[in-house]
Design a protein around this ligand. Structure first.
Ligand SMILES: CC/C=C\C/C=C\C[C@@H](O)/C=C/C=C/C=C\[C@@H](O)CCCC(=O)O
Ligand SMILES: [Zn+2]
Length: 648
């Protein structure tokens, strides 16, 4: 096996002796994958702590790409969307610059892609070149090495995706709202872009792109690129993405989609029956863009549109640039769940503009975004709602942390040897958000806002590691205001497990009132009719349900349901909270509703806790297995993977 280029990069950076290099080299040559190589280097670096922090964290253990040798900066994609074969078929031209002399190969990430041919651009023509597709690693996929001659700077790869591509979901017409047309969409984060494009699939890479997609004539294709609002349906679509983005933000969606504008630069794409409800729900989007610009500087991506996906979309939203992908489960009819739009929009600053360099730095994307999301909500809907949303998140975090492996409660998590999807949790989101809220409170909002604007500008269209962030924070905030927050405190937030005592604890007066009312009801001092609940917002309802005792009597559960019709709630968050409580309290009246819920929604956050709760009892497990059999074919591969583990 060849020596890992990353190994050499690390050795050079760490200044190991020739003898040490030799010893390491032997181990590397016998190792069969690069993760082992990096583990080895990390052990070695333990004796040089500062070097370890500086160097090892720059390594992206989730990519085979030779990014220190070849800088991939642009691609042109030509694909046919073949619904019968559940495949994308065509080729990609990858343009790159060499960073060193003597580079003889371009190393890419792939997963479950069939490679038909590789060519390189030499002397003004395409010439075949040899390539090697390595054995598949279960987490990372297959390394693709393409031989380069001395001068080429463009490679063409002919390929097709396979039906099980982890980054694509192919839906039959029956799985869509309209039931007449098929649908396909991508979800590339964290390391799934490689299942539909051979690429250096690391968030440290940034590429511009163009694409031509051929689809059935009656369908519309969209990408995370410029989407012309009045595109004609003709099955032949061209896209340009002039801003350089990391590969996990490459996205496509194809279906029976229509467009409605919400402002000059914002609009919604959705299946026809969902279009008007979505526009009504999300018509504050333009205001959201404006207030974010006022706080954090210009929106740098041109248009900001939303694509409403089928309910099987495994996440709430995905921040694909210029075109956020959105679950329909947040179309509640009362704008109660639109913080999700604030969140995806906030990524246009934190995540898409300033990006985590590796998946171990994921909290840099999500902590900042959750903080900015809440600031947008405060601007649009007031302090009380923003506080309630923070309080709900923090309570959820406390619950989640109890069940997580301790190492996953660290912001700068160690993902060595792990699939990033397996470490996914609310920690990078809410613990990260609370860290920034802590800094805001310590330094004051004006100072902290100025720091954030500077941070976004200084790192625009770049990726950075946690170590680089800490250095920037120290120089630009801590050292400028000495004695306010120490580096030890910063390290506790970023590198220690669990939740620090200094974590802010958002308290809402409205929630305090709900708590008092609940107490009075449980003590038989008030009836449900006297609770004042007719004035409650969705957030108060969520707080109420989430804080009821898990062993609430069946009599109390029945009273609640007959008074408030909670089993029939059409708000998916309230329904989720109520169904979960019902499972814990043994309130079986909900089972038919639970079955419908689990079969009709594929968003992991809403269904995984329900499957987990079901698996706690024998009857529940039998129910879970029966329902999952029906629901599974409609779920996204990511949700299938998670729930397969739960419902073993
Ligand atoms: C500690 C976690 C460390 C690393 C995880 C790295 C990457 C996460 C990756 O697996 C994929 C994440 C995709 C997220 C997409 C959208 C979310 O913001 C949705 C949140 C949940 C929801 O609202 O449904
Ligand atoms: Zn996010």
């Amino acid at each position: 096996m060849k020596t890992s280029y990353k190994y050499l990069m690390l050795v050079a950076a760490m200044g190991l002796t020739a003898c040490q290099q030799d010893a390491e080299q032997k181990e590397v040559n016998s190792a069969d994958d690069k993760v082992v190589v990096e583990k080895k280097v990390e052990v070695k670096a333990d004796t040089q702590k500062d070097v370890k922090k500086k160097v090892v964290q720059r390594v992206d253990e989730h990519s085979y790409g030779n990014i220190d040798e070849v800088n991939l900066h642009h691609f042109d994609l030509e694909l046919t969307v073949n619904f019968e074969a559940k495949a994308l078929e065509g080729f990609v031209d990858l343009s790159f610059k060499r960073l060193k002399d003597g580079v003889s190969e371009l190393v890419l990430d792939t997963r479950d892609i069939t490679i038909d041919k590789a060519q390189q651009w030499v002397n003004d023509s395409w010439q075949d070149t040899s390539f090697e597709l390595a054995k598949k690693d279960p987490d990372l996929g297959s390394k693709l090495s393409i031989d380069l001659n001395d001068s080429s700077n463009k490679v063409r790869v002919y390929y097709k995706t396979q039906p099980q591509a982890s980054g694509l979901q192919w839906l039959t017409p029956e799985q869509t709202a309209g039931k007449k047309h098929p649908f396909v969409y991508s979800q590339a984060q964290a390391i799934h872009a490689r299942s539909f494009i051979p690429i250096q699939d690391s968030p440290a890479v940034r590429v511009t792109y163009t694409a031509n997609l051929k689809t059935p004539k009656e369908l519309l294709a969209l990408m995370s690129a410029f989407n012309e609002p009045d595109t004609e349906l003709d099955g032949d679509y061209h896209f340009e993405m002039p801003q350089a983005i990391p590969p996990y933000l490459i996205a496509l969606g194809v279906g029976n989609l229509e467009f409605k504008a919400m402002s000059d630069r914002t609009g919604v794409y959705a299946e026809p029956s969902l279009l008007d409800p979505a526009v009504a729900e999300f018509d504050d989007t333009e205001r959201m863009v404006q207030v974010t610009e006022e706080m954090y500087g210009p929106y740098r991506w041109g248009r900001y549109d939303l694509l409403i996906l089928p309910p099987s979309f495994p996440y709430g939203g995905m921040e694909n640039p210029r075109l956020s992908f959105i679950t329909p489960t947040v179309i509640a009819g009362d704008k109660s769940l639109v913080n999700l739009i604030a969140h995806e929009l906030a990524h246009s600053w934190s995540g898409n503009l300033v990006t985590n360099a590796t998946w171990e730095d994921f909290w840099l994307n999500e902590g900042f975004t959750s903080y900015v999301e809440n600031r947008i909500m405060e601007e649009l809907f007031g302090e009380e709602r923003a506080t309630m949303e923070r309080a709900l998140s923090v309570q959820g975090l406390h619950e989640e942390v109890k069940a997580l492996p301790k190492e996953f409660t660290i912001l700068n998590v160690d993902l060595n040897g792990r699939d990033p999807d397996d470490a996914f949790s609310g920690v990078p989101y809410t613990k990260g958000q609370m860290f920034l809220t802590y800094l805001e409170k310590k330094f004051g909002r004006d100072v902290f806002d100025a720091f954030l604007v500077k941070y976004f500008n200084a790192h625009a269209f770049q990726s950075l590691t946690t170590t680089e962030f800490k250095k920037y924070l120290k120089a630009n905030l801590l050292d400028k205001h000495p004695g306010v927050v120490s580096m030890d405190e910063i390290d506790t937030w970023i590198h220690e497990p669990m939740l620090p005592e200094m974590m802010p604890n958002p308290t809402s007066d409205a929630f305090t009132t709900v708590d008092a009312e609940t107490k009075a009801w449980l003590a038989d001092q008030k009836t449900l009719a006297d609770l004042g609940s007719s004035e409650w917002t969705v957030h108060e309802w969520l707080h109420f349900i989430n804080n009821l005792p898990e062993d609430l009597s069946l009599e109390h559960m029945t009273q609640l349901d007959s008074e408030f019709k909670l089993t029939d709630s059409t708000n998916n968050e309230i329904a989720h909270a109520w169904l979960l409580l019902s499972l814990k309290a043994g309130y079986d009246e909900v089972m038919p509703r639970l079955e419908t819920y689990l079969v009709s929604i594929g968003r992991r956050k809403l269904i995984v806790p329900l499957y987990k709760a079901l698996m706690e009892t024998e009857d529940g497990a039998a129910f879970a297995k029966r329902v999952y059999k029906v629901a599974r074919p409609g779920y996204h591969p990511l949700a299938q993977g998670t729930i397969d583990e739960v419902v073993k």
